[in-house]
Design a protein around this ligand. Structure first.
Ligand SMILES: *Cc1c(COP(=O)(O)O)cnc(C)c1O
Length: 451
């Protein structure tokens, strides 16, 4: 009988985060100011504390995890690695399937791995307040919890459509002491401008980021925290892949394929980068990012400099983008509806070192249901994208008879997303691939910089 749960002791919690920049074939492209010149550290220090900026530009391979952060990590880390034996049997595949379960964190996803670190470094730097945005609510809840633990006030601009549809996520953030404001709001110039032209605007992640950044720039006591995309966020998430590597060592296994869903790239980067270190050293391993057909950033976007928000307040980053004015259809994987992607993941994809695939919404819920009915855990709709790709790879192994080892991160549970499952079960969910014309028109508005 194979071992089902591969567990690590608390003493085996990583002591350092892994910085993939040290092993990338080329250095990351620098972020640019709106005038097309490399951004000054001074400009970044208006919204981020010094230790976070250092991590953002660091080339060091290992960065120590401060003890107060490890102490909080120990509330739920190391997280378990599971062998999905029952799913393997249901599929009749010779492949061995493994998943790392990040839903055991208090907020129910991988996001507290960086929220706790960001709150800590802000407290260290004397920050009193943090602003942020949230779409589906997972990032807002993670930062609300982390802010509370380090005595920081947290204000969350929540995309209005989610604010209306997900009152329990809002209550979670308020339970952890955060203030939650539907975006677009009348609190900021960016918000007021959107409301003037469209009083019923459902909002978007891009607009909510503009509001949170505008407030952080305007106030001395306030910094901004982002839940994905940036280098330091992916760095913090590498605890996932580092633990998984140790867990595979314990059972004398090594994955052939590593799979994670990809919105802004923090779950994918956190899972895959520690294995990229082995790939850079010559090991054969496939790294596969999975995104929705309705927000196909890596698979159909353009590799170009673009802004991280709608109003153009953030630096320009070289990344795969669908254009900052791209408004994806209202699919249920809210965490995967971002127009851009991590510059690190983008660069590795551009260089052919990371693969990407886009999957349609209904097929992801079909996969999620099969997972819940075999393995028990009900996954977040975002995670269902990874599960779809894993099942497809496992079925391909069934065709060829290859006993590949496939590993994915179960980035969060779906307990707050049952209305999405309800709609799937009622046959009301639709596939919504994005039309070429819509992508082209959003891309036509990319900022003009030489790249
Ligand atoms: C936010 C979120 C994602 C997407 O994360 P990125 O790191 O931005 O790609 C995936 N799964 C869950 C459960 C999430 O909360």
């Amino acid at each position: 009988m194979p071992q089902i749960k591969i567990l690590l002791d608390e003493t085996e919690l990583p002591t350092h985060w892994y910085n993939v920049v040290a092993d990338m074939p080329r250095p990351p492209a620098p972020p640019l100011a709106q005038d097309g010149k490399p951004i000054s550290l001074q400009a970044l220090s208006v919204i981020f504390p010094a230790p976070i900026i250092e991590q953002e530009i660091s080339r060091a391979r290992w960065i120590p995890i401060p003890e107060p952060v490890r102490e909080i990590y120990r509330l739920w880390r190391p997280t378990p690695l599971y062998r999905a034996v029952r799913l393997e049997q249901a599929l009749g595949t010779p492949a061995r399937l493994y998943y790392k379960y990040e839903g055991v964190s208090p907020a129910g996803s991988h996001k507290p791995n960086t929220a706790v670190a960001q709150a800590y470094f802000n407290q260290l730097a004397g920050t009193r307040r943090l602003t942020t945005e949230t779409g589906a609510g997972q990032w807002g809840s993670a930062l609300a919890m982390a802010g509370q633990m380090f005595g920081l006030e947290v204000r969350v601009y929540m995309v209005r459509v989610s604010w209306e549809q997900k009152p329990s996520r809002r209550s979670m953030m308020e339970t952890w002491g955060a203030e939650v404001i539907p975006s677009p709001s009348s609190e900021t110039n960016c918000g007021r401008r959107v409301l003037d032209s469209d009083p019923d605007s459902p909002g978007s992640l891009g607009i909510a980021i503009s509001e949170a950044v505008e407030e952080a720039v305007a106030r001395d006591d306030t910094h901004y925290a982002l839940g994905s995309v940036l280098n330091h966020v992916l760095l913090h998430q590498t605890v996932i892949g580092l633990e998984a590597r140790k867990q595979f060592e314990k059972i004398n296994e090594y994955p052939d394929i590593i799979v994670a869903c990809c919105g802004g790239g923090s779950n994918f980067g956190g899972t895959a980068f520690p294995f990229f270190a082995d790939k850079a050293a010559g090991r054969q391993v496939r790294l596969l990012a999975v995104e929705p057909e309705s927000c196909p950033t890596l698979t159909r976007g353009r590799y170009a400099y673009d802004s991280g928000d709608s109003a153009g307040l953030t630096p320009l980053m070289l990344m795969y983008t669908l254009g900052r004015n791209f408004v994806p259809p209202r699919i249920h994987a809210g965490g995967l509806r971002y127009h851009g992607d991590s510059p690190l993941v983008s660069q590795l994809h551009h260089e052919g070192l990371v693969e990407a695939v886009a999957v349609p919404q209904r097929a992801t819920f079909e996969a999620g249901l099969q997972f819940a009915r075999t393995e028990g855990i009900i996954p977040a709709p975002e995670t269902n994208h990874a599960i779809r790709a894993v099942i497809d790879e496992a079925l391909a192994c069934k065709q060829t008879g290859e006993p590949k080892t496939i590993f994915f991160t179960l980035s969060g549970h779906g307990h707050f997303d049952m209305s999405a499952y309800e709609r799937y079960l009622a046959g009301q969910l639709e596939d919504a691939a994005y039309p070429d014309e819509a992508i082209n028109s959003a891309l036509a508005q990319l900022p003009k910089v030489a790249s």
